[in-house]
Design a protein. Structure first.
Ligand code: NAI
Length: 399
């Protein structure tokens, strides 16, 4: 039975899901572990679950020959040396979709609050002012929501927006199936010129850096508002600041920033602080109890499927093989260096042992190859030994 360690107070939903899948040897620990402790605690462990505070380096991985999979119970995976893990035959899983709904709901709330001028009304009321004016306050019904980046989050925002009566336009660099009554816009500029609310849901990185330049912000209607819950680098903050102060834009809601404090002690610095028509939140778009629970389930499900069937779909560093129910008696999981002749030699070994292969699935990713072989017989120990000693073999497991 596989031994599993879950660190950093991973949600109980993970334990429940793993237990329901038949894994009972689960140890939970409340904190992250330092490299030396990791090596000691994980020496005889098959699978570890971590969050963002546990760093798994190449050096640590080398000391953990038994480790078969790593689950990052969060979105980011840069706390793990992914290349070193793949080179050791260890797939790494995370939870890219578990907080989609949380972000989408926040965006809808922000759209309604901004159009009703609630941030200003709230700030004034806190200061003792009683401003009952309806001027500049609108319903979202029949307003145009412009979504930039119609992926997992963007598309879900569109669905929720239609349910409160908004009209949805979107712009994506890829051709995307419109959901509900959403309409694709031919260009980003068209989207900006027609939207009452613009919301960004693009990935971060060099291709979207400063996507919303001062010039593009200038294309938006002066009555429109801008929402960014994607990545901080996507919006030119100085350009946005100027547009807001010059009243060329009615308001904004930002959950992500080009520079974010690393911890609670560090001060948040931004030119947008103090602006009454701006909602600022500390990168909590995806931070809900439900998202934590979903993350527990999503990652533990990926780990359970890997341990029970060798499934690597959605692994972030590994050749992906989709879930295939194990129907034959034996399944051999073989991770190898991606070079010519490995499969031919391997299949010759199966044939020499009189084994008939009933299904075989191969995927490669960079220098790593992963092949899943189903045989309707018990695999003899000497065949397994032979496969393991093949020079290109990184890892060979039987399930
Ligand atoms: P996704 O990958 O499903 O969708 C991104 C979409 O943007 C894709 O359809 C892609 O084709 C499109 N795209 C890429 N470059 C574009 C461009 N230049 N112009 C227009 N469209 C472009 O990603 P998902 O899961 O929807 O996440 C979206 C963003 O939300 C990411 O940046 C992610 O980091 C962020 N996020 C923020 C959270 C928060 O707490 N605020 C929580 C979760 C995700």
């Amino acid at each position: 039975m596989a031994k599993i360690v879950l660190l950093e107070k991973i949600h109980q939903s993970a334990v429940e899901h793993l237990q329901a899948e038949g894994f009972t040897d689960i140890v939970q620990m409340p904190t992250a572990l330092k490299p030396d402790e990791l090596k000691r605690v994980l020496a005889d462990v098959d699978m570890v679950g971590i969050r963002s505070a546990t760093h798994v380096s190449a050096d640590t991985l080398q000391q953990l020959p038994r480790l078969k999979a790593i689950g990052c119970f969060c979105i980011g995976t840069n706390q793990v040396d992914l290349t070193a893990a793949a080179a050791q035959g260890i797939p790494v899983f995370n939870a890219p979709f578990s907080n989609t709904r949380s972000v989408a709901e926040l965006v809808i709330a922000q759209a309604i609050l901004l159009l009703r001028r609630i941030p200003e009304k709230n700030a004034k009321t806190h200061r003792g002012q009683w401003d009952k004016s309806a001027q500049g306050a609108y319903e979202v019904r029949n307003k145009v929501l412009g979504i930039i980046g119609y992926g997992n989050i963007g598309a879900q925002v569109g669905i929720l927006a239609e349910s409160v009566g908004m009209r949805v336009n979107y712009y994506d660099v890829e051709s995307k199936l419109p959901l509900g009554n959403a309409r694709p816009m031919p260009t980003l500029d068209d989207l900006l010129a027609t939207a009452d609310i613009v919301t960004l849901h693009v990935p971060g990185g060099s291709t979207t850096e400063n996507l919303m330049t001062a010039e593009r912000i200038g294309l938006m209607k002066p009555t429109a508002v801008l929402i960014n819950a994607s990545r901080g680098g996507v919006v030119d903050i100085d350009g946005l600041n100027t547009a807001l102060r010059e009243k060329r834009l009615a308001g904004a809601a930002l959950d992500v920033f080009p520079a974010e404090p690393k911890n609670e002690k560090e001060e948040f610095i931004s030119p947008l602080r103090g602006l009454d028509n701006v909602i600022l939140t500390p990168h909590i778009g995806g931070s809900t109890e439900e998202a934590q629970e979903n993350i527990g389930r999503e990652v533990s499900d990926k780990l359970a499927r890997f341990l029970k069937a060798g499934t690597t779909r959605w692994a972030v560093n590994f050749p992906e093989i989709r879930h295939l129910v194990k129907e034959a008696k034996s399944r051999v999981l073989h991770v190898h260096r991606n070079e010519p002749g490995v499969i031919a030699r391997m299949n010759a070994d199966f044939a020499a042992s009189g084994m008939n292969i009933v299904a075989q699935h191969l995927q490669t990713r960079g220098p790593i190859g992963y092949v899943m072989t189903d045989v309707d017989a018990v695999i003899p120990a000497d065949l397994l030994q032979k496969l393991r000693s093949e020079p290109a073999t990184i890892r060979c497991e039987l399930i």
